[in-house]
Design a protein around this ligand. Structure first.
Ligand SMILES: C=C(O[C@@H]1C=C(C(=O)O)C=C[C@H]1O)C(=O)O
Length: 107
């Protein structure tokens, strides 16, 4: 992880945020590209959302957040929302691939 530098202005804070956001979006595009492939390896709409795997992903990122000195609770919140959004995408992808109506996010 790149060390966080001490900024001399709000403009500098924002320039750093914008730089990081560009990197995050590039990584999200890559993550989305892989999530969209998952339905090719799933045999029913019920397999789109696998709770055990969600907990594994969350546990991995929370552990990494602790190592990086990030806020684990914040990272967990972001990831649970991120995964839900990816599952919405995967649900639509599954329906397009295998036919049928996308069932959407589970409550
Ligand atoms: C990609 C998968 O599908 C879903 C999406 C996940 C994710 O965005 O990380 C995790 C669990 C799955 O329910 C998977 O099963 O691995």
């Amino acid at each position: 992880m790149k060390p966080v530098s001490v900024c001399a202005s709000l403009a500098e804070v924002r320039a750093n945020i914008d730089r990081i956001d560009r990197q995050i979006v590039e990584l999200l595009a890559e993550r989305i590209g892989y999530v969209k492939q998952a339905p090719r390896f799933k045999n029913s709409a019920d397999e789109v959302r696998i709770e055990e795997r969600i907990e594994e992903v969350v546990s991995n990122v929370v552990a990494r957040a602790r190592e990086c000195g990030a806020c684990p609770d914040l990272v967990e919140r972001i990831y649970r929302e991120l995964i839900d959004a990816h599952i919405d995408l995967e649900t639509a992808e599954y329906a397009a691939l295998h036919g049928g109506e996308p069932s959407g996010r589970k409550a």
